[in-house]
Design a protein around this ligand. Structure first.
Ligand SMILES: [Cu+2]
Length: 191
């Protein structure tokens, strides 16, 4: 089992403060705000992605962003590779993502925690003998920000990444998963 552990260690004093504050009452933000309407510098957000082969993807990208939220607390939800993040009690603000379901709009300095589920599909167009999809992130200048990791079919993955610069970062599948593999990428637009 490979689970990328890229979380910034937020334990310690910060964690203690959060636990004490949360003891006064857990609450939720249920309203939806647009990305551009939010004022914050910098922000920590959660992005949920399904990875599947392009041929069975509704948007033709293979990566489908299913949900997004601003994190309104310092600690991340607990995580399991079989069930994903546990959102119970999480303080967050849902916001409207980009309509193409593959572009992520951010501001320089933002930190994003990705939750990615690698969907296994029984489709003859899926390449034979592969363990899953791949995932990597490149910087606006084309260098590696997040090195390639394997997203094993049927499992959740998480990684937390800070994007310091403006420009277009790209995320992409790094394993030949189907004939549509060259389409399997998306943008992280920072500005
Ligand atoms: Cu793929």
């Amino acid at each position: 089992m490979q689970v990328p552990k890229r979380h910034i260690p937020l334990v310690g004093i910060l964690g203690i403060i959060v636990i004490v504050a949360a003891g006064g009452g857990i609450y939720y933000y249920q309203f939806v705000v647009s990305h551009t309407a939010a004022t914050y510098v910098p922000s920590h957000r959660l992005v949920f992605i399904n990875a599947t082969i392009v041929e069975v993807s509704p948007n033709g990208h293979g990566f489908e962003i299913t949900n997004t939220a601003f994190l309104n607390q310092s600690n991340l939800p607990s995580f399991s590779s079989s069930t994903g993040p546990n959102m119970t009690g999480l303080q967050h603000t849902e916001y409207q993502g980009n309509s193409d379901n593959s572009t992520i709009s951010i501001h320089p300095g933002d930190t994003i925690t990705f939750y990615i589920f690698s969907k296994s599909v029984s489709d003859p167009r899926q390449a034979m003998g592969i363990a899953g999809h791949g995932f990597s992130i490149s910087t606006p200048s084309g260098s590696v920000l997040v090195p390639s990791t394997t997203l094993t079919f049927g499992q959740w993955f998480t990684m937390t990444v800070t994007f310091p610069d403006s420009g277009t970062y790209t995320y992409q599948c790094t394993i030949f998963c189907s004939n549509g593999h060259p389409m399997m990428h998306g943008n992280i637009q920072s500005g």
